[in-house]
Design a protein around this ligand. Structure first.
Ligand code: NAD
Length: 320
């Protein structure tokens, strides 16, 4: 399929994933033509199926770790390829590290070759386990490369370092989005996260299993807000990492109640011991994003959950 000329061209690696597919939608909506590159390791063709007949959208099957051919000028590359959920990134830790290292070099080289801007999707996980919250960008983090989760957060720290090195060495215009826990339509319900489990249980009419007393909190950012932040960051000039996430904390119990109520369920809950691998959601300090980009999340958790559940209900069980 040939692309329309004269409009900016964005490449989205990992564009068939949860965040990437929403980013493709938003870029197309803003007037970009978009090339999505994905190997469908954790993403799905179904996430971009609605774009199949959009002439300014192109889907390329490719593995960023093997290098990639894009046969035309590129204005901006959003590098999102790589597993995000613990259930995915721990499956094959070597492959997780390869995409964050070799895959990121390949994406950076493509940006350099085309004189394109480069935006990295990094993660709040790079702050590690035992840090003060809310996390600020100048928080150096506290990670242990050999604790079993190193394949994810060390690799992502390396990707941030690489991106910074391309900026300082080659003057490549770069941006780094440190993304915190994001949810919304097309999120994977089998990714082992608490919210995914609540939604799955509520849709199935099962009681919601609440870890601990439910008084622990989470900070959840709706996907449209996160995508708006990533796009704003990519079009700015600031090369350092910027937190993109919600600073508002909500208790697990209130999330469970909202999910049950929106799903039209009785809200029966079972309190269980927290699963050992349950991801603790960090809370960002977003002063920098506010100051640089005027960005902050706009969607309330209640509204975001309502949209998310409505989407899953419409999508039916094939997505669950
Ligand atoms: P996702 O798993 O839905 O999307 C990742 C996409 O990358 C998938 O479509 C997958 O098939 C693709 N991919 C994986 N390896 C690839 C490779 N070698 N070559 C080409 N494509 C490949 O995850 P997501 O939630 O959309 O996350 C996207 C990015 O944002 C990830 O880099 C993730 O670390 C980061 N992030 C997400 C969150 C969140 O809450 N969702 C939080 C922090 C950071």
């Amino acid at each position: 399929m040939s692309h329309a000329e004269g409009v900016p061209h964005a490449v989205v690696t990992g564009g068939a994933g949860f965040l990437g597919s929403h980013l493709c939608d938003a870029l197309l909506h803003t007037g970009y033509r978009v090339t999505c590159i994905d190997n469908f390791e954790t993403g799905r063709r179904a996430n971009v199926e609605h774009l199949r007949d959009t002439p300014t959208f192109r889907l390329l099957r490719g593995d960023m770790s093997d290098g990639v051919e894009v046969d035309e000028p590129v204005d901006v590359i959003f590098h999102l390829a790589g597993p995000a959920a613990p259930s995915d990134y721990l499956l094959d830790p070597v492959s997780t590290m390869r995409i964050a290292s070799v895959g990121t070099i390949n994406a950076l080289d493509l940006a350099r070759d085309r004189s394109a801007r480069f935006a990295l999707a990094s993660t709040s996980e790079i702050y590690g386990a035992a840090t003060d919250e809310p996390n600020r960008e100048d928080d150096a983090g506290h990670v242990n490369p050999a604790d079993g989760y190193g394949a994810y957060y060390e690799a992502r720290r390396f990707a941030e370092a690489l991106t910074t090195a391309y900026h300082t060495t080659y003057n490549l215009p770069t941006a780094i989005a440190r993304i915190f826990n994001t949810y919304g339509p097309r999120m994977r319900l089998d990714d082992g996260r608490m919210l995914s489990r609540f939604i799955r249980q509520a849709l199935a009419g099962a009681p919601l299993t609440v870890p601990g007393s439910g008084s622990e909190t989470r900070s959840l950012c709706y996907v449209d807000d996160a995508v708006a932040g990533i796009m704003a960051l990519a079009s700015g000039a600031y090369p350092g990492p910027v937190n993109i996430g919600s600073p508002d904390e909500v208790t697990i119990l209130s999330i469970a109640r909202d999910v049950a109520e929106i799903a039209g369920r009785s809200g029966e809950m079972i309190f269980v011991e927290a699963p050992p691998n349950e991801v603790h959601t960090r809370k960002p300090d977003i002063s920098l994003a506010l100051q640089l980009l005027g960005w902050r999340p706009r969607t309330s958790v209640r509204d975001g959950l309502a949209d998310t559940l409505a989407w899953f209900r419409d999508a039916g069980v094939r997505h669950v």
